[in-house]
Write a protein that binds this ligand. Structure first.
Ligand SMILES: [Zn+2]
Length: 256
């Protein structure tokens, strides 16, 4: 501890303590911890979706509804953590800008977090959950049990949000490159087209290794590996279709 505190009582030290830019690094480690927590929550969301699909098959609708409530709880927890992360960023900015507003950080943190959580609590269910990809996955997995070949209705009845239209559209479970079942599906964030991991990686490699024009006819999006995410939903839909004994010769409709 710095010498300026030597002759002070612990209370006086706490009283005069001010967050300094040198403390910012410790705040950064909190971000890593909270990212880990979010990953755990998301794994929990995958589990609730899987089990809810099984319960739907067993016609256990009460238990399925309980799990939906759990899924929403997990999403709420995730948002609380995200609010904490936002407030920590604000705290870092306040400390770095050296305007003295942050003090020892505790009052700043408490007040800002209360405001952020209060904003979240005022959101509608549609704002909190319908836009959340894991909630959409949950609904789609349950929907597919009893409506295997029908598109899921939009979760937003007022249909103001175009983003969600994707889940209302039956997506092809075949890789456009291999014409086989998708394997380890990767979906492009830019055009929402999905490919088997090995196939798209090989195509990018053959094209020089950095990027390739989207191989879906009519889509000219330039794709690099960094725009893809692991599409666990598509992976599960393929598994479900295989379980139903569908063959990959069956026709599916592509996303617009
Ligand atoms: Zn595309």
């Amino acid at each position: 501890m710095a010498s300026q505190y030597e002759d002070m009582t612990p209370d006086a030290v706490m009283e005069s303590f001010k967050l300094q830019p040198l403390h910012i690094r410790s705040i950064n480690s909190l971000f890593d911890d909270s990212d880990t927590a979010i990953n755990h929550l998301r794994r929990g969301m995958n589990e609730t979706s899987d089990v809810a699909g099984d319960l739907e098959e067993l016609a256990q609708s009460d238990l399925r509804d309980d799990l939906e409530a759990c899924d929403k709880n997990l999403i709420d927890f995730e948002n609380i953590i995200k609010c904490q992360q936002d407030v920590l960023s604000m705290l870092q900015e306040a400390v770095l800008s050296n305007d003295g507003n942050a003090g020892d950080g505790t009052a700043f943190y408490d007040q800002s977090l209360r405001a952020a959580l209060s904003d979240y609590s005022k959101k509608t269910a549609a704002e909190k959950y319908h836009k959340h990809e894991k909630y959409a996955e949950f609904k789609e997995i349950v929907w597919n049990v009893s409506h295997p070949n029908e598109p899921m209705p939009n979760l937003d009845t007022n249909e103001e949000d175009d983003d969600l239209v994707v889940s209302a559209t039956r997506r092809s479970l075949k890789c456009p490159i291999t014409q086989e079942w998708l394997e380890h599906p990767l979906t492009s964030k830019l055009c929402k087209h999905t490919f088997s991991s090995n196939a798209i990686k090989a195509l990018i490699r053959r094209n020089g290794g950095t990027d390739v024009e989207c191989p879906v006819p009519g889509c000219r999006q330039l794709l690099t590996l960094s725009v893809f995410y692991d599409d666990t939903l598509m992976e599960r839909l393929v598994a479900q279709a295989k379980e139903r004994g569908e063959t990959n010769e069956d026709e599916f409709h592509d996303v617009e």
